[in-house]
Design a binder for this molecule. Sequence first.
Ligand code: KIV
Length: 273
Amino acid sequence: MSVHQSTHLKRITTHILQEMKKRKEKISMLTAYDFSMAGIVDAAGIDMILVGDSASNVMAGHETTLPITLDQMIYHATSVVRAVERALVVVDIPFGSYQGNSSEALRSAIRIMKESGAHAVKVEGGAEIKESVIRILSAGVPVMGHLGLTPQSIYKFGTYTVRAKEKEEAKKLLEDAKILEECGCFALVLEKIPASLAKEVSAAVSIPVIGIGAGPDVDGQVLVLHDMLGITQEFQPRFLRQYADIRNTMLKAVGDYIKDVKSEDFPNQEESY
Ligand code: KIV
């Protein structure tokens, strides 16, 4: 029996995710940005879908996640929610829509929840965005934190290399994780940090910790769908496992179609009215 059949009607909630951490059942998460892909990922039995601001890269072709707007994130989230029956859908609040202004943070979170029907939002940062996190949570909106490599701050970091390798940064990351837990975040993403630090954070907080490039000793894993399917083949970080070669499968299929059109093999009589 497939995962989809066995768990079809049981919607994943933040409470179920907490229970999964308690019983040490790993949590699976992938990104999706549109109806068709989200439907496939959900049918396969994924626990959480992230409508990531990585849509800025993989869907819109931008170099960073900074340009994507709140309206564009809501468009992607709405399409994903329409397809999903089981997974918990988390939506990134985009750059410039929550930092430094808790009223704007609340407004952005409420727009996402109300207009898309998603189940939670995600924000990047620790102590510096505490006020915004508390304000969003006070409206009853579940919040997921994101620490380590936070792509919305790429111009501050100047590089996409592993974060928190030094003692000071590792100490701040652990403190930030505890702050986000105390605020009431239901889960955390840790991106591209040493596996030993991710293990320490996961043991130090009671909320699920989902890693991307954070090693095996966390409560779950997340990858960008287009990377793990081999659609975006130029991005090959060490933490990425490629599960399919969809780019080359598509190149061949489209190439065959072009050949058939040019040679007048397509459409044939059976394919005509
Ligand atoms: O936007 C995104 O896809 C993310 C993941 C890398 C966690 O934030």
